[in-house]
Design a protein around this ligand. Structure first.
Ligand code: GUN
Length: 284
């Protein structure tokens, strides 16, 4: 069968244009742009590269982004105080603290310090609780972006068997919840799942968020299944690659997101959407 390529890059471009128009309207009406504070601790090159991508996308969309780079030895209290400052700052509508953080800083304390109204990552327990109970909230960007891809390609979720590989708080767990909210039957696999391959092979939709290059080959995929690749790993030669062995599943999968150009561009797009949504809700 012909495998349909799920073009996240093209969808992201379309969505970013409509977000840009929304931002323009918001700014004309309120007299100020939506504002995002981005806090990065330490010198992890991958984190800095992600943050640069977020800043560039904000600028193109007309969103004000304010970056704070703190040294790796900053105290937890200094970071919590900075978040407290942005919680009160009227020109800032979204706060993002890039993860991971150094070991001496508690990730959960930091996430809980962010005002839920400004939680554009959707990581705060209040946001998570709202998502689980199906209330309107700011949703985690990567799973929300995947839901947009599935919707754009008219992929039915209700009544389907979905298997999520990976159980991180950022991707796997919220992904499973959003699929469940759309009436899929969801299985979450992780490092202690003995029969991951069999479970994946039985699924209508497989979402891989593990970070092992080439793990998912044709032996994991049922004929015609939808395959979403969230993994991004850099190989020794510098090329980016996903969890899915694209050549092996070509012709077997019904739909497939490429890496790069699949999920990645939608993640930043949802951050822009969340920042605009937060600004609108805070000024309503
Ligand atoms: N690190 C990796 N992904 C993310 C993300 O979506 N948000 C934040 N804040 N940090 C990350």
């Amino acid at each position: 069968m012909e495998t349909v390529r799920l073009d996240g890059k093209a969808l992201a471009a379309k969505k970013r244009e409509s977000i840009r128009e929304g931002v323009e309207k918001f700014t004309a009406k309120s007299g100020f742009a939506p504002g995002l504070a981005v806090i990065i601790v330490g010198d992890n090159p991958a984190s800095h590269s992600y943050v640069r991508g977020k800043e560039k996308a904000c600028e193109k969309a007309g969103i004000l982004s304010e970056k704070q780079h703190l040294s790796a030895d900053v105290s937890e209290k200094e970071l919590l105080d900075m978040i407290g400052h942005y919680n009160e700052a009227p020109h800032i509508h979204g706060i993002l603290v890039q993860l991971p953080l150094p070991d001496h800083i508690s990730e959960s304390k930091v996430i809980e310090q962010i005002s839920a109204d400004k939680d554009v990552d959707g990581f705060h327990p209040i946001s998570v609780g709202r998502m689980v109970t199906g209330q309107k909230t700011l949703l985690p960007c990567t799973p929300a972006g995947i839901m947009e891809i599935l919707k754009a390609y008219d992929i039915t979720l209700s009544g389907k068997n979905a298997v999520v590989l990976g159980r991180s708080n950022i991707v796997g767990k919220p992904m499973a919840q959003l699929l469940l909210n759309e009436h899929a039957t969801v299985t979450v696999c992780h490092s202690r799942t003995p029969n991951m391959k069999d479970l994946a092979k039985s699924a209508d939709i497989v979402i891989s968020a593990i970070g092992k290059p080439g793990l998912v080959d044709d032996t994991y995929i049922k004929e015609g299944a939808v395959v979403i690749d969230v993994g991004i790993s850099r190989l020794e030669d510098g090329t980016l690659t996903g969890d899915v062995d694209e050549a092996a599943v070509q012709g077997q999968a019904g739909h497939l997101t490429p890496v790069p150009g699949g999920v990645g561009p939608m993640t930043i797009t949802m951050l822009l959407a969340n920042t605009l949504q937060a600004a609108e809700e805070q000024t309503a």
